[in-house]
Write a protein that binds this ligand. Structure first.
Ligand code: 3IO
Length: 339
C-alpha cells in the first residue's frame, strides 16, 4: 500500500512538473510578432491595429504577443508591402492607393461605385478579394481588408461648384486622385502622411479623403470647408509575411482566420462613427462649414466619372483579367451590402 502510494504520488509530481514547465515556457516565451503601420497612432489604421492585437492576444490566451509600430517607425507608407514580403516586419498595414498598378484588382474599390459607408466598402472589399484571390497578394497572407468612408473635399477655400474646383491643388492618391483629375482639380499625389506638411507649406489647398482626418490630423485647423461629394473610398490591406504565417501553430492560424471578416466589419463601423464625431468636433472647435452640392448638380459630378470604370476595364483586360465580370460582381456586392 505504502509503495503504491509512493509510485502514484511520484507520477503525479512528474506530470505536474511537466505541466508547470510547458505552461511556464508558454507563458515566458509567447510567439512574438511585429506589426508595422504608416500613419500616427491616433488614426484609424492604427486604432484597428491595436484592436486586432488585443483580440488576438486574448483569443490565443497569450500564446501570441504583438508589438505594434505606428507612425512609420518600422516601415513607411510606400515600403509596406515589400517590407513585409522581405520580413522586415511580420505584419503590415497598407493603403493600396499608393501603388495603384500593383493592386489593380482590389483598387477597383476606388472606382465610381456609389459606396455609401466604410462598413459597406469594407465588407464588399473582403468578399471581392476572397472571390478572386488576386495574384498581387499571393506572396503574403492577407489577414483582413477594409476601406475608408467615401471621400470628400476638405479645403482652405470654399468649393461650391466644378468651376470653383478648376485647377485647385488638392492632395489625393490612386483611384481617388483619378476622380479629382476628372473634376478638373490639380491633383497632387502623395501618401496621407505627407499631407500635413504640404498643407502647411501651401503646396496644396486641401485634400480628398474621408472626413475623420479633419480631427485625427487636425486638418480642420486649416481646412475650414468640407464639400460633400461622397465619391471613392480608399482600400487597405493587412498582410503577413508568408514564412511567418507558415510557421504559426494551427490554433493561432484559426484565431486569425476567424477574425478576418469580423475585423473588416469592426473597422468599417469604427470609421463611420468616427467620421460623424470628426465633423462635429471640427464644427465646434474650428467653425467647419459643410458645403452640400444640390443633388441634380452632384449627379453631374458623378456622371463625369464614367471613364474611370472603362479605363479600369481596359487596364485589367490588358493584364488578362476577366475585367467585365469582375466589375459586375463588384457592383453586385456593393448592392448586397447597401443596407
Ligand atoms: C488615411 C490614411 C492614413 C491615415 C488616415 C486615413 N484616413 C483616410 C485615409 C486614406 C487616404 O487618404 C490614404 O492616403 O490612404
Amino acid at each position: 500500500m505504502k509503495k503504491i502510494l509512493t509510485v502514484s504520488s511520484l507520477l503525479a509530481i512528474v506530470v505536474g512538473l511537466q505541466l508547470l514547465i510547458s505552461g511556464g515556457i508558454q507563458a515566458a516565451e509567447p510567439i512574438k510578432l511585429t506589426y508595422a503601420n504608416f500613419p500616427p497612432a491616433n488614426t484609424f489604421p492604427c486604432v484597428q491595429m491595436e484592436r486586432w492585437k488585443q483580440e488576438v492576444e486574448k483569443r490565443t490566451n497569450g500564446k501570441v504577443s504583438i508589438q505594434t509600430f505606428p507612425g512609420g517607425t518600422l516601415l513607411d507608407a510606400k515600403n509596406m508591402m515589400d517590407g513585409v514580403i522581405a520580413g522586415q516586419a511580420n505584419i503590415g498595414c497598407l493603403s493600396m492607393s499608393y501603388q495603384p498598378g500593383r493592386f489593380i484588382v482590389t483598387n477597383a474599390l476606388s472606382l465610381s461605385l456609389n459606396i455609401k459607408s466604410a462598413l459597406q466598402g469594407s465588407l464588399t472589399l473582403w468578399d471581392f478579394y476572397n472571390k478572386y484571390k488576386p495574384e498581387e497578394f499571393s506572396k503574403v497572407k492577407v489577414l483582413t481588408m477594409f476601406t475608408t468612408a467615401p471621400s470628400n473635399i476638405m479645403s482652405t477655400i470654399p468649393i461650391k461648384s466644378l468651376n470653383d474646383l478648376k485647377g485647385v491643388p488638392l492632395r489625393a492618391s490612386g483611384g481617388a486622385g483619378d476622380i479629382l483629375k476628372l473634376w478638373g482639380a490639380n491633383m497632387v499625389g502623395m501618401p496621407m502622411t505627407d499631407t500635413p506638411e504640404a498643407l502647411q507649406k501651401g503646396v496644396v489647398k486641401g485634400l480628398f479623403s474621408s472626413l475623420e482626418v479633419l480631427m485625427d490630423f487636425k486638418f480642420a485647423e486649416q481646412c475650414k470647408y468640407a464639400t460633400i461629394t461622397n465619391a471613392g473610398v480608399y482600400p487597405f490591406a493587412v498582410v503577413m509575411n508568408m514564412e511567418t504565417w507558415n510557421k504559426l501553430p494551427d490554433d493561432v492560424k484559426k484565431v486569425m482566420d476567424d477574425m478576418a471578416r469580423e475585423q473588416a466589419e469592426w473597422t468599417g463601423k469604427y470609421m463611420d462613427d468616427h467620421v460623424l464625431e470628426s465633423i462635429e468636433w471640427s464644427k465646434k472647435n474650428h467653425g467647419l462649414q459643410v458645403i452640400e452640392i444640390p443633388p441634380e448638380e452632384l449627379k453631374k459630378w458623378h456622371d463625369l466619372l464614367e471613364p474611370i470604370n472603362n479605363k479600369w476595364i481596359e487596364d485589367a483586360k490588358a493584364k488578362g483579367l476577366p475585367a467585365e465580370k469582375m466589375l459586375a460582381d463588384l457592383k453586385e456586392l456593393v448592392k448586397k451590402y447597401e443596407k
